[in-house]
Design a protein around this ligand. Structure first.
Ligand code: TNX
Length: 522
């Protein structure tokens, strides 16, 4: 027998943790158009019922967003005062970090989190469970116990190739946290622009922030803006991982502080980028990579790194500072190794954990706490796996296989923007069909800190563009980061139908997803 679902209407009372109640109220309002005010305190009668397992339906534990039962409650399911419907939201310490449980039946929904993040994730899953039923909305009867596979579940936004205002970053935080992602990596500098104001180095934003790819307008975050982003992310249980990319990707640094820059090394320019070649002293608006470098044998460079990382450390409560290190083709390999050793040491001395792209795995003397971010392919090429492996015994690895989770790749040949270099285009099925522990020999479950889906923005200019490239593929990355490898629902067929069911929620939240024809949209 199918247990009756929980009906959502204006009589529902949301009780318990105020932050979670506010988050749920917003989702319910968006999804159902019903204003369900959260109640300050618990009314006497309905409060005690929940958590009693014997009153719950006998449905087996179900993965989130895949409710066991199709709703079949007739319109006649009446509410009486005794069964006044409640949604109770509580923190019950004891379970795994970030874990949560949901019990839903006709009388009540109970969401418990082992911590505040877990409760927040339970609320997100509950929002995904809401479906239309006739003229109303219901939560199907369900029992869920859920916990993340990986501790680090991230997205990256490149705000250097194109700049995005604080409101757009907040919108992306909302979107990512709704998928239980907990890290926002901000790529704050590149050849095309410097995007964070620093007191110690004011010329960076005075001279190197005004433009972007294609000659579009640039911009930068004031320190107050950055703190606002950090606080907003924290309210959604996300940390911010700031990246200043060194020693390559530094043409903009040379605009501000020419004495720190090597002359552009044009023979190394990766020529599939578009636009005129870089000229020292002039903003770069093309999309080539691999030509710029800081001076390696000049102490002024390390003073610069210390100033920049020191200020970033002081305004970043999260544990990580990302120092790039990718595609330093304009830097001699021995110099690169020397530089990365010193730069990771500077970050570690600030009490932060350095993160670098996987290239720094070739540098033997980097700080042993350093985390490597792998951006090679799901089947490694060019020794990228060897470099990533170097982090297995030190800080660990974040996986961002470019042919699966680079959200800037085109979906198919008809995508209006996006790149294709990473074995692209990248279908939704490809974005979903990979297994973290099977990518790199010697980088096993315990060596993997987590998964991150980067969005580079050479071709991306607006929140609508971000939405289109990220959704639905970021949901694939989120599930791979969260769900265990052997779960019976970890199949493409299951994923595509479950993600299709999220279409109405995403629409109601204003997410302009790509309605890929690979997905059976509800
Ligand atoms: C490679 S992957 C880059 C970025 C580009 C991106 C475009 C990596 C660490 N660096 O500089 O924006 O490709 O897809």
């Amino acid at each position: 027998a199918t247990a009756a679902p929980f009906r959502i209407d204006r009589h529902v009372r949301i009780l318990g943790n105020p932050d979670a109640a506010a988050a749920l109220t917003a989702i319910v309002a968006a999804r159902t158009g019903t204003a369900v005010p959260a109640r300050e305190s618990a009314p006497p009668a309905a409060e005690s019922a929940p958590s009693a397992p014997e009153s719950a339906p006998s449905a087996p534990e179900s993965a989130p967003s895949a409710p066991e039962s199709a709703p079949s409650a007739p319109e006649s399911a009446q509410q009486t005062p005794e069964s006044a419907p409640t949604i109770a939201l509580r923190i019950e310490p004891g379970g795994a970090a970030e874990s949560y449980r949901i019990t839903a039946d006709a009388a009540s929904v109970v969401v418990t989190g082992a911590d505040a993040a877990g409760l927040f994730y339970g609320v997100q899953t509950l929002g995904q469970l809401i479906i239309r039923n006739g003229s109303g909305f219901v939560v199907p009867a369900a029992r869920i116990a859920d916990a993340p596979r990986f501790a680090y579940r991230g997205v990256m936004l490149d705000v250097a190739r194109h700049f995005f205002p604080v409101e757009t970053v907040k919108a992306y935080i909302d979107r990512a946290s709704g998928l239980k992602l907990n890290a926002l990596h901000l790529h704050l500098s590149d050849d095309q622009g410097w995007r964070i104001q620093l007191d110690s180095r004011p010329r960076l934003t005075e001279r190197a922030a005004a433009t972007a790819v294609g000659g579009d307008a640039g911009g930068f975050y004031s320190k107050a803006d950055y703190r606002e982003i950090v606080a907003y992310a924290a309210s959604r249980h996300m940390i911010v991982v700031p990246e200043v990319d060194v020693p390559g990707h530094t043409h903009a640094v040379g605009l501000a502080y020419p004495e720190l820059a090597e002359e552009p090394d044009l023979p190394h320019l990766v020529s599939d980028g578009e636009g005129a070649p870089p000229v020292a002293g002039t903003p770069y608006t093309g999309t080539a990579v691999g030509f710029s470098s800081l001076k390696i044998h000049d102490e002024a460079t390390y003073d610069f790194v210390a100033d920049v990382m020191g200020e970033l450390a002081a305004m970043t409560p999260g544990p990580y500072l990302h120092i790039g290190g990718d595609e330093a083709l304009g830097t001699d390999p021995d110099d690169f190794a020397l530089f990365m050793a010193r730069a990771t040491g500077i970050v570690a001395d600030l009490g932060k954990i350095p993160v670098t792209w996987h290239e720094a795995g070739a540098a033997p003397d980097i700080d042993p706490s350093t985390i490597g971010q792998y951006w090679g392919f799901t089947t490694p090429t060019d020794g990228a796996d060897e470099k990533a492996r170097a982090f297995a015994d030190s800080g660990g690895v974040i996986l961002s296989p470019a042919d699966a989770v680079y959200l800037d790749m085109k979906y198919d040949a008809s995508s209006p923007f996006g790149l294709t270099w990473a074995n692209g285009p990248t279908s939704v099925q490809r974005a979903y069909s990979w297994e973290p522990a099977s990518i790199i020999d010697g980088v096993d479950e315990d060596d993997i800190l987590g998964v991150e889906a980067p969005l580079w923005t050479e071709t991306i200019r607006t929140l609508d563009d971000i939405d289109r490239m990220a959704f639905p593929r970021v949901a694939a990355a989120a599930e791979i980061a969260w769900s265990s490898a052997d779960g019976e629902l970890r199949t493409w067929e299951s994923f595509r139908s479950r993600v299709g069911a999220l279409g109405p929620l995403w629409t109601s939240l204003g997410i302009r997803f790509h309605a890929s024809d690979e997905i059976p949209w509800a």
